[in-house]
Design a protein around this ligand. Structure first.
Ligand SMILES: Cc1cc2nc3c(=O)[nH]c(=O)nc-3n(C[C@H](O)[C@H](O)[C@H](O)COP(=O)(O)OP(=O)(O)OC[C@H]3O[C@@H](n4cnc5c(N)ncnc54)[C@H](O)[C@@H]3O)c2cc1C
Ligand code: SF4
Ligand code: SF4
Length: 583
């Protein structure tokens, strides 16, 4: 056998410097990894959940598609394989890559080495690859004969319909509006979510063989009782369709509206049918408020003002959204309360305002989790804002028509841990109708509800959620990974946006995407770095014989002396010394 020549790397160095505790009855064998040059423990290979996946509400196999893209897991077409892997759980990668604020990245272990993996940038490139290459989903090969009604063609309903259809159930999708997409279409505009990609990602779900009934509203065209009678189960993904009006006098004036009316009006009428006056004022501090002001500017409003009831630090919107809104020409007034709206005899309307300040410690509401409630008006600071149109962007509520029985007096729908409406067997729900959330959460709810609906219509007891053994940074050997900066997307910043509907986010090139995927540390799963094989003094680790959980390293146990080195050099925390425990 050829002699191994290896450099002493920092991982081996640390392995050799490891101080083992002495054996005692208290510590037990499991605390002792080496006894001289051997122990009774041998390596076991334990696949663990990476924290990125645990923090993605849609539950994507992020590590899996990075490993495919960088060629660790071999496939004939790695881009298509990565697309198929992503869409197992999230059929909207082009959408999520653009719009998701990426909670997965907050969990990513790479942030403790240099910078988090640019997960949504990779997702964006894979999603667009799928659209550009016309990839479609494999049609179901079985038909269960079970029928499920999905109400609501937004991300939650579409995700649920997709997962149910793939399992061979017949799905009929009821949508109250003319087009599918929910708030991804009627709230989020084309410069953030281009329609070609949105339409393609929706269409290929429908092409699985889903029957769609648009312009069909539950509560108007069909009742819940009828659906319950005709179908084996019903999923409600009806979102929060009612924009909240300002709770102040004058909020019913014709020049006052809310964000949902404004944004949906634009999507329905198009820019030609939607005239905005010269001066537009919005009230709110979240991302929806940013969409309102940015749309007003694109439609040609010349003076666009945002009144935020809280300071910049307390605003709910993403920093990037606010920065864009400011650069594009929005004037933002911070810590402003709105008191009343009245007609302006000179034309337009007058918004009576007052300056706000944070409450003193101990005052009612000073520590409320909702920033707005932590503020109070400052007497004597009243002033007026003259404008032509006022749009309230202070939240949304569920449209109760047709679901009165389900929602009752509560502000939102309630479901149990199986996404089933309490006291209504066979009726499930998810997404924004449970409380306003993110696209990724709505997609995750849709999938999880579909899994439980699958149990329900198949007559199986509900499956319990798996316990997730999440691998944290401390379990990795991070010295193995070279410092490599993140490959970032560029964002087009505009100062003049009138009539500009371009997608403002550029995507990574294929080379940059693969390089970004290569930064992934494959937390909790082998990626064939070969460290264990190289450093095993017994030469008893080998590869390419697929072991039962699908990775390539394996130990010939009769050669193993339990020296522990393989587990100490494994960068991903995949090896646990366990075999032989209790002997
Ligand atoms: C302006 C705006 C911007 C946003 N930006 C982002 C963002 O950048 N990133 C992000 O992650 N999230 C964002 N969100 C949130 C995201 O859009 C929602 O969390 C997501 O769309 C919720 O999906 P859903 O399917 O539960 O509900 P929805 O998207 O609201 O879809 C519900 C669907 O049900 C239909 N429906 C309702 N009632 C009935 C009925 N009775 N009968 C038949 N059909 C019915 C509706 O017409 C709609 O199509 C934004 C939301 C808004 C409003
Ligand atoms: S859906 Fe959001 S949280 Fe999930 S992987 Fe994509 S960017 Fe991350
Ligand atoms: S390094 Fe890779 S596997 Fe680990 S948490 Fe980040 S994206 Fe996930």
């Amino acid at each position: 056998m050829a002699e191994k020549t290896v450099d002493m790397n920092p991982i081996l160095q640390s392995a050799l410097e490891y101080e083992f505790p002495p054996y005692s009855e208290e510590t037990g064998w499991d605390k002792i990894v080496v006894n001289g040059d051997h122990s009774h423990l041998c390596p076991t290979y334990v696949k663990r959940t990476p924290p990125c996946q645990a923090s993605c509400p849609a539950g994507e196999d992020i590590r899996g598609y990075h490993n495919l893209l960088r060629g660790v897991d071999k496939s004939d077409n790695k881009w298509e394989a990565a697309w198929r892997r992503i869409t197992e759980r999230n059929p909207f990668p082009a959408m999520m890559g653009r719009l998701c604020p990426a909670p997965c990245q907050e969990g990513c272990n790479r942030q403790f080495v240099d910078e988090t993996i640019g997960i949504n940038a990779v997702e964006h490139a894979i999603g667009d690859y799928g659209v550009e290459n016309g990839l479609s989903f494999e049609k179901p090969t079985v038909s269960t004969g079970k029928k499920v009604a999905v109400v609501g063609g937004g991300p939650a309903g579409l995700s649920c319909a997709y997962q149910l259809r793939r399992r061979g159930h017949d799905v009929v999708l009821y949508e109250g509006r003319a087009k599918l997409g929910g708030m991804a279409r009627y709230g989020i505009m084309g410069y953030r979510m281009p329609r070609r990609e949105l339409d393609a990602e929706i269409q290929r779900i429908i092409d699985l063989g889903i029957e769609v009934k648009t312009n069909t509203k539950l509560g108007k065209d069909v009742t819940l009782d009828q659906l319950r009678e005709q179908y084996d189960a019903v999923f409600l993904g009806i979102g929060g369709q009612n924009g909240r009006d300002l709770p102040i006098p004058g909020a019913d004036l014709p020049s006052v509206s809310n964000a949902v009316e404004f944004l949906v009006g634009f999507e329905e009428k198009g820019k030609e049918g939607m005239q905005v006056p010269k001066r537009v004022t919005a009230v709110g501090d979240g991302d929806v408020a940013m969409d309102v002001v940015r749309l007003a500017l694109r439609l040609g409003a010349e003076e666009v003002t945002l009144l935020s009831a809280v300071t910049r630090e307390d605003m709910k919107c993403l920093d990037q959204e606010l920065t864009d809104a400011l650069q594009e020409g929005t004037k933002v007034e911070y810590a402003i309360g709105t008191v009343q709206v009245k007609e302006n005899p000179k034309g337009g309307i007058i918004v009576e305002c007052v300056r706000m300040e944070p409450k003193e410690k101990g005052e009612e509401g000073w520590d409320s989790p909702i920033p707005f409630f932590r503020y109070k008006p400052i007497a004597g600071t009243e002033f007026e804002v003259e404008t032509d149109m006022l749009v309230s962007a202070i939240g949304q509520a569920i449209d109760r028509e047709g679901v009165e029985e389900v929602v009752g007096d509560a502000p939102w729908m309630k479901v149990d841990r199986n996404y089933q409406v309490e006291g209504m067997e066979g009726v499930f729900g998810g997404g924004d109708c449970l409380s306003l959330t993110l696209l990724t959460t709505a997609i995750g709810h849709g999938r999880k509800a579909a899994e439980r609906i699958d149990d329900y219509v198949s007559g199986r007891p509900f499956e319990k959620a798996d316990y997730e053994d999440v691998i944290r940074f401390e379990k990795l050997k991070s010295d193995y990974f070279e410092i490599t900066p993140q490959h970032t997307r560029s964002h087009v910043h505009l100062t003049e946006v009138k009539d500009n509907w371009d997608d403002l986010l550029t995507k990574l090139t294929p080379e940059e995407t693969e390089a970004e995927s290569s930064r992934c540390m494959s937390c909790g799963l082998c990626f064939e770095c070969d460290q264990c094989m190289i450093f095993c003094p017994q030469e008893t680790i080998t590869k390419f014989k697929k072991n039962p959980i699908g990775t390539v390293m394996f130990t010939v146990y009769k050669g193993c002396v339990g020296c522990h080195i393989c587990s100490l050099v494994c960068p991903t925390g995949y090896i646990t010394m366990g075999m032989g425990e209790g002997l």
